[in-house]
Each structure stands twice: as structure tokens, then as C-alpha cells.
Design a protein around this ligand. Structure first.
Ligand SMILES: Nc1ncnc2c1ncn2[C@@H]1O[C@H](COP(=O)(O)OP(=O)(O)OP(=O)(O)O)[C@@H](O)[C@H]1O
Ligand SMILES: O=C(O)c1ccc[n+]([C@@H]2O[C@H](COP(=O)([O-])O)[C@@H](O)[C@H]2O)c1
Length: 204
């Protein structure tokens, strides 16, 4: 299911991995599988963003990114979604407000790689996000230390669940976040773009 808003039962746990996916690669695939397993999630949705509000460069057209994402990520519990384009949202706090209203009783968890935690204090209404939705952070090469020392991690140090309690995250009272050290894949969209070849996504 790539379009629209699929049925979710109240009580289900859904990880949201927002990203430009410009293009999607094996790093995204790896952390999504790891998130399903370690955070005990029923579903993961890839929220393919119309455009990151903090990035200057314009991503490839949304439909092209969606198609590449569908090709590389095929899993019965992982959905490729253009929900943000449909909702007309760009900021994560706004997207979360819409989804929580649309799906009362569903437990959403925001997922991010360690590099995003390092930047998280620059996001619009980031404290609101932290205070309303549990956050699952997945290790990424070179970013583990900067993430742990980041303003968000420091300010919310009291709200951190240990990695060995990661399965409790989706049902934890916010603020709650959990960093998990999972096997890492050293892939990035920017490296693939620098190669000048989107088909590199299939070779990871
Ligand atoms: N190799 C990876 N390991 C862990 N997390 C990753 C990895 N690649 C991407 N992520 C995470 O996936 C989410 C979406 O990433 P995004 O689509 O921006 O890809 P990216 O490779 O980080 O792109 P770019 O290189 O253009 O910044 C972010 O939370 C990011 O931290
Ligand atoms: O809401 C914000 O201020 C905000 C700032 C930066 C990034 N984000 C979100 O973070 C996710 C990862 O973005 P990106 O471009 O690094 O893949 C994506 O869903 C963005 O919309 C959100």
C-alpha cells in the first residue's frame, strides 16, 4: 500500500521513518528491519518527504523517489508512503499532529538515524515532538558520538531508555527515546548522488 492512509487498529505500533530518500538505499532498509525487530513494531512507514525544510537542494521528483523506494524496500510490514505530500505537511511536528488525529489509539514512534538526533534541536517544535512521541534512534557510521552528545540527547538524558529495553519504547510514556546499536550500513543518498548514478541504489 503506497497511497492513502491504510487501516490501522487502535493499539498497533507504527514506526515512522521520515526522509528524503533521494535515493533510498540499503542503510534505510537495514534500519527499518532493525526497528521492526528491536522496537517491537507492527509496521514501519517510510514517509517520503516532499522536501526537508533544513536542506537547500531540491530533491528528485517525489514519484521518482517513491518508485526507487518501492524497488529496494519490499517487506509485508513496511509501507512506502507519500502521506506528507497528501497532508500538505513539511514539518515533522505538523505531520505527527495529523497522523495522531487520524489514528487515535495507534502508538506512533518516530525513527531516525543517529545523524538526525545530532541535528534534532534545530527542527521546528522539536521539544513538542519529544514530549508527544517516543523516538527510536538507530546507529549510523560516524554519527554515534555526535548524537549522544547532541543538545537533544543532553536535555532529555533523563528520558533515555537503555538499548536493552528497546522493546518497551513504543508503549513508553513520552518523553522517551532509545538509541540502539545495530549492525551499520555505510550508505548515504548524498554519496550515491555524488556518484551521479541513481541506479547505484540497486548495487548496495
Ligand atoms: N546508513 C544509514 N544508517 C542509519 N541511518 C540512516 C542511514 N541512512 C539514512 N539513515 C536515516 O534514514 C532517515 C532518512 O535519511 P535520508 O533519506 O536523509 O538519507 P541520507 O542517506 O541521510 O541522505 P543524505 O545523504 O542526502 O543526507 C534519516 O533518519 C537518516 O538518519
Ligand atoms: O520538522 C522539521 O523541522 C524537520 C527538519 C529537518 C528534517 N525533518 C524531517 O526529518 C526526516 C529526515 O530528513 P532528511 O531530509 O534528512 O531525510 C524527514 O522526514 C524530514 O522532514 C524535519
Amino acid at each position: 500500500m503506497e497511497h492513502g492512509f491504510p487501516f490501522l487498529r487502535p493499539g498497533m505500533t507504527v514506526g515512522l521513518l521520515g526522509g528524503s530518500f533521494d535515493p533510498a538505499h540499503m542503510g534505510h532498509v537495514q534500519i527499518s528491519r532493525a526497528a521492526l525487530k528491536h522496537f517491537g513494531l507492527d509496521r514501519v512507514w517510510w514517509l517520503v518527504s516532499p522536501g526537508n525544510p533544513l536542506k537547500r537542494h531540491q530533491p528528485a521528483p517525489l514519484e521518482k523517489r517513491m518508485q526507487a523506494a518501492r524497488q529496494i524496500m519490499q517487506h509485508p510490514r513496511i509501507l512506502i508512503s507519500d502521506a506528507e505530500a497528501q497532508l500538505g505537511t513539511r514539518y515533522t511536528a505538523q505531520t505527527l499532529r495529523h497522523l495522531r488525529r487520524r489514528y487515535p489509539g495507534v502508538r506512533f514512534v518516530w525513527l531516525m538515524g543517529a545523524d538526525n538526533l545530532a541535528q534534532f534541536h534545530r527542527w521546528k517544535d522539536w521539544r513538542d515532538i519529544m514530549e508527544t512521541v517516543p523516538i527510536g534512534v538507530l546507529a549510523r557510521p560516524r554519527d554515534r558520538i555526535s548524537a549522544r552528545l547532541s543538545p537533544a540527547a543532553q536535555i532529555y538524558t533523563h528520558a533515555r531508555l537503555k538499548g536493552n529495553s528497546s522493546h518497551l519504547l513504543a508503549h513508553a510514556q513520552s518523553p522517551a527515546w532509545c538509541f540502539i546499536n545495530v549492525p551499520m550500513v555505510d550508505a548515504s543518498s548524498s554519496a550515491i548522488r555524488a556518484n551521479g548514478n541513481w541506479s547505484a541504489t540497486q548495487q548496495c
